[in-house]
Design a protein around this ligand. Structure first.
Ligand SMILES: Nc1ncnc2c1ncn2[C@@H]1O[C@H](COP(=O)(O)OP(=O)(O)OP(=O)(O)O)[C@@H](O)[C@H]1O
Ligand SMILES: [Mg+2]
Length: 239
């Protein structure tokens, strides 16, 4: 079986792509699926920080710049089901957008038979040039429960539909049931026309996990956001 590739995307920044990508990838690997998490946000790459992993030698950029072989830039820890291909945390040149990633599919094709899932974190973007580079990529859209974020998710959904790219679902992150003014699931469905909507609740445990450098689904399994993410991960592996 070839890996299912899921690109975590949103037009708006700061909605929770990295939090979702990191925790879903970790949770899926804990469900006994061999998982590779790739940080393809070359502008603000933060995935490694979520694992407290900063002293790595090679990154995705080194692979793309042909400085090293891809195997050298893939790291693993105690959980052998989980592999990470990080990007550099500190960058001097920001001229990298999509053309640096132009050959990513060549690398992904080499890896697809080694994993069950390849989860890719991406930079916030209104265009779909990046995901279009990847053969048989699925998209997971992230938004927040406010109208601006939902409208942008709807626009992205329409573009993906037009390009024939499968959307596995919309994750509405930072849901707070005490804030009545947040958009409801039905309102979000009506606007976006995405049927598969998942919620991740707002949870301060996210910050705790970041401080510890251990993803929330491992460091605070009982926190509400971790529970939501584990539940989403269980559903994703069945799709
Ligand atoms: N469910 C949540 N509850 C509380 N805080 C959250 C939640 N999800 C994410 N956050 C916080 O929101 C901020 C942005 O999250 P994150 O970095 O995952 O967003 P992003 O979409 O990847 O951002 P960027 O567009 O910069 O890549 C972080 O400080 C994160 O800790
Ligand atoms: Mg991010």
């Amino acid at each position: 079986m070839l890996a299912k590739i899921i690109v975590v995307m949103s037009p708006k920044g700061g909605v929770g792509k990295t939090t979702t990508a990191v925790n879903i990838a970790t949770a899926i690997s804990n469900l006994n699926k061999k998982t590779l998490l790739i940080d393809a946000n070359l502008e603000t790459p933060h995935v490694a920080i979520y694992y407290g992993f900063v002293g790595f030698k090679y990154s995705l950029e080194d692979v793309l710049n042909k400085k090293t072989k891809i195997e050298e830039a893939i790291y693993t820890g105690d959980n052998t089901n989980f592999h990470l291909l990080p990007s550099r945390v500190i960058k001097s040149d920001r001229d990298n957008s999509v053309h640096k990633l132009i050959n990513i599919n060549i690398y992904l094709e080499q890896l697809r038979d080694k994993y069950d899932f390849i989860i890719i974190d991406s930079k916030p973007s209104y265009d779909i040039d990046f995901i279009k580079l990847i053969k048989e990529a699925n998209s997971l859209i992230i938004s927040n429960p406010d109208i601006t974020s939902i409208i942008e998710a709807k626009k992205l959904k329409e573009e993906l539909d037009e390009a024939g790219i499968k959307i596995i679902g919309l994750v509405v992150n930072k849901v707070n049931n005490r804030i009545k003014e947040q958009m409801t699931e039905n309102e979000i469905k009506d606007i976006t026309k995405i049927n598969n909507i998942w919620k991740i609740r707002e949870d301060h445990g996210v910050y705790n996990a970041l401080r510890q450098g251990i993803p929330m689904v491992l460091s605070s399994k009982k926190s509400i956001a971790a529970k939501d993410i584990i539940n989403i991960s269980r559903q994703i592996i069945k799709i």
